[in-house]
Design a protein around this ligand. Sequence first.
Ligand code: GDP
Ligand code: MG
Length: 673
Amino acid sequence: MKDSKELVVALAGNPNCGKTSVFNNLTGSRQHVGNWPGVTVERKEGTHIHGDVALKIIDLPGTYSLGAYSEDEAVARDYLLFGQPDVIVNIVDSTNLARNLYLTTQLLETGIPVVIALNMCDELASKGIKINVPLLSQLLGVPVVQTVASRGRGMEELVEKTIAAAGNPPAKSINYGPDLEPDLEAFVEELKELKTHLNPRFLALKLLEDTEFVKDIPLEESEKEKLLAIQEKNLERMRKKWGEGVETLLAERRYGYIAGMVKEAVQEESSLLARLSVSDKIDRIVTSRLFGIPFFLLVVWGIFQFTFTLGDPLVELLEGFFESFAEAAGIWLQNIGASELVSSFIGDGIIGGIGSILVFIPHIGLLFLAISILEDSGYMARAAYIMDRFMHMLGLHGKSFLPLLVGFGCNVPGIMATRTLENKNDRLITILINPLMSCGGRLPIYILFTSALFTANQGLVIFSLYLLGIVLAILMGMLFKKFLFKGDSAPFVMELPPYRLPTFKNTLLTMWDRVGAFIKRAGTVIFAASILIWFLANLPVGVEYASQQSLLGRIGSLLAPILKPAGFGNWQAASALIFGVVAKEVVVSTLGVIHGVGEEGLVGVIAKTWTPLAAYSFMVMNLLYIPCVATIGAIRRETNSWKWTLFAIGYSLALGWGVAALIYQVGSLLGFA
Ligand code: GDP
Ligand code: MG
């Protein structure tokens, strides 16, 4: 045991093995858990207190090896190798032991203490797998703990073993065979002279497998030169003897070793694995060429039906609540003799602004509930798989579809999720088209306008908007690929996790996280914007509230003529669009401040003053035009380029205006105006 009472513990493992679930269990935090690779792209930190020991827990992105083929893998590798954790907790999917152990063998070689969490143990029985845990632990030379992270089982023991492991490096490492070992040892001996904390044997193996690795090691220049010389000499020597493919040889030996170990410690029933075959059977239909895409569309359509059927009655309740609240507040303000200005500030500015947004909580909650059930069950990974074939036809990468899916929640994490893409061009394209995915912030706009003008087929209209976003994203992606970034995309290997029954806790937590973020935005950004807009509606002093002569009206009027061809050339819509760049929900709260939540309600006012065609074109504009400020920030950070950020703003504005105008003009010709 180390003297200090703080231990740094890194969680490492393949994608989807349950790292984030373990992290959440230990730290009580609520990181997003999802049944597909690429959910965690950054490292997250939290603390777990056990007796007098504080464990600082680091959740890392999933990785299959200590190579760095994509940015999220590089994050994991760099932390494990250079971040100097005290203990690595290697989470292993016990139902897929052979593949998971590849990373394990590499971890054992780093010389850092390792504890293995044999996760998903609840699924072993149904798959007919038996693992001899003590034997496995003996073969690997490190402690092994059985866990079920999704239910919090085994966490106590995991923590105890982790604390005990600190300061005890793994007892064993792979033997690469009597023919290779002496050559390897010679290399290791020379590396021992270097001043680096990396384990020399690990370094030798790593340099044989990845000659570029030197570049990434934080070393002084002089040491680096020494290292390069040693590397060159030994590589040459070994290549002479073993041919160019030394690294393949190493990988082969490693797989061989793992296969042997699995044979010893794991017993599998001979027949096809029971659970997997159920998954397979479902997949044969759900991911088939013929039914894959129709089924996907059906699922998405189902989500909207679910959201609206259950959400509408709840929204009416909330609306009623806010109306009576506004009324009561009005009476109270009159009674205490508040001036008209103060009454308007509270009634129009605050209640009108925030209330118009908060009434959408039921819809947002239900939509995210449905999405998180799909994520957790494993269907979302299938959706990416289905779209892969489709997207390849368009010259895009199937893996790009995952960040796009995340974008439905919010474009900011969607853009961050592009870190899983290896190819720089594909990544840039995926970032640029991500804002076309209709995020949760746009939903209140759709709900407001469809409640007012499309009561009969609300779900269908909103579904069409989401679909339009996807179709345009694919079209724009193709265009960008063709004209801006030529070149091939890497082949896509997406593993399909077996279907799992979503856990109640995870699903609710994920939903609550997103709803919480929405409420937080209402209380901060949208609140501030509402107050600003209320002031603009009252200035200059003496002007009639929210009239065209107010500052708000004048700003809107400047822009309105440009919007006329798209069917919403009124100043109210124009100023809502301007302030909507702050956050898309502000479009609604601006209209709320202008029209109030009075007797007719905002929905009533919209129903009276808009035509369905103009409303549809306005919703399309909101789907497409300029991303919100937070998204713009994410684009800037992830592309690290103002040029591409400005490009994203410019093209989306042009696209939004163009498509909205097209819809309005064609619609008018057909007589819908
Ligand atoms: P990560 O990608 O390694 O961070 O994995 P997550 O923690 O996001 O989990 C991936 C999926 O596996 C989620 O659907 C979890 O609910 C599920 N999961 C995690 N641990 C277990 C477990 O022990 N048993 C079962 N059956 N499912 C689990
Ligand atoms: Mg994770």
